[in-house]
Design a protein around this ligand. Structure first.
Ligand SMILES: C[S@@+](CC[C@H](N)C(=O)[O-])C[C@H]1O[C@@H](n2cnc3c(N)ncnc32)[C@H](O)[C@@H]1O
Length: 275
């Protein structure tokens, strides 16, 4: 593991700042990671090193710099159809059941909380276009939210690199749903128009949300403390429709955190149903 030149005080300062703003728990032995992520922020803002940047911040609060630090410390790893199984379960059983439950109101709401650069929500949009086109005539809301402005702005644009489209997308879907944009690939307007992206910090006040049929809250709880996980799960439960489905990441669970979710095994996928 690489050595870090950060002092314990400097590391404590970053951990506290990031925890207070995002609830992300950084491990205090990850100085090398902090330096790798904050080095570019320091350089961009004219500091000689990460340590100089942190010294300046400790001497005087600078909201813009603090914001840049929190953004830099988020992990935005994602891909189209990530882990495959949740998307298979969505097409096989979750969407058919929600369509049946909502056939009178013809309203369906799906939320990708912590959506990063949007691949998760757009994967859902592609499934709807391919397998549930009747939903295009419904009042359908596909909402993506994230703490990081950098990533949800990218999500809004719907432009991805060759490497990003190589991860998880079949050649058929690439041709069907994307067009070339220089060296990159842009999602067709018919797909981007289906989704709405907004900034939202899961630990701050939530805006009024519609009753959610399906929530993807994947690969974000892992960064939080047990108390924060409990708090967020309880808030998620309150905005979900009866019978609504919650998908978590493969390393995440509601077990020992919130007993109001029923754990459902569906093929190779585990998801959680609200009673
Ligand atoms: C690893 S990505 C997960 C992306 C996607 N859900 C997936 O599974 O592929 C985690 C995302 O959580 C976001 N995040 C971290 N803390 C957050 C918070 N307090 N509120 C909202 N989003 C947060 C990060 O900005 C990042 O984009």
């Amino acid at each position: 593991m690489a050595e870090s030149t950060l002092t314990t005080d400097a590391m404590d300062f970053v951990c506290t700042l990031v925890r207070n703003r995002s609830a992300i728990e950084l491990e205090s032995n990850k100085g090398y990671l902090v330096e790798a992520r904050l080095g570019p922020v320091a350089k961009l803002n004219g500091f000689g090193s990460t340590l100089d940047l942190l010294r300046s911040l400790r001497a005087k609060p600078q909201p813009q710099l603090e914001h840049a630090i929190v953004e830099a410390m988020t992990t935005n790893e994602t891909s189209f159809f990530r882990d495959t199984h949740p998307f298979d379960a969505l097409s096989r059983s979750v969407l058919p059941a929600r369509i049946e439950a909502r056939k009178v109101s013809r309203t369906l709401n799906i939320w990708s909380a912590a959506c990063s650069s949007g691949q998760e929500l757009y994967s859902i949009a592609m499934i709807i276009r391919e397998q549930f086109p009747e939903l295009l005539g419904w009042k359908l809301e596909l909402l993506g939210t994230d703490l990081s402005e950098t990533v949800f702005e990218r999500a809004r644009q719907g432009i991805y690199s060759q490497i990003e489209v190589n991860r998880g997308l079949s050649a058929g879907r690439l041709v069907k749903f994307f067009e070339r944009s220089g060296a990159q690939w842009k999602l067709k307007k018919e797909v981007t128009d289906m989704a709405t992206f907004r900034k939202m910090n899961l630990i701050e006040c939530w805006p009024t949300m519609p009753q959610m049929d399906v929530v993807f809250l994947r690969n974000v709880l892992i960064y939080f403390s047990t108390d924060t996980k409990r708090m967020i799960l309880s808030r998620v439960r309150k905005i979900m429709a009866p019978g609504g489905i919650l998908f978590l990441g493969a390393a995440e669970t509601t077990l020992n955190l919130d007993t109001s979710f029923e754990r459902v095994t569906d093929g190779d996928c585990v998801y959680y149903r609200v009673g």
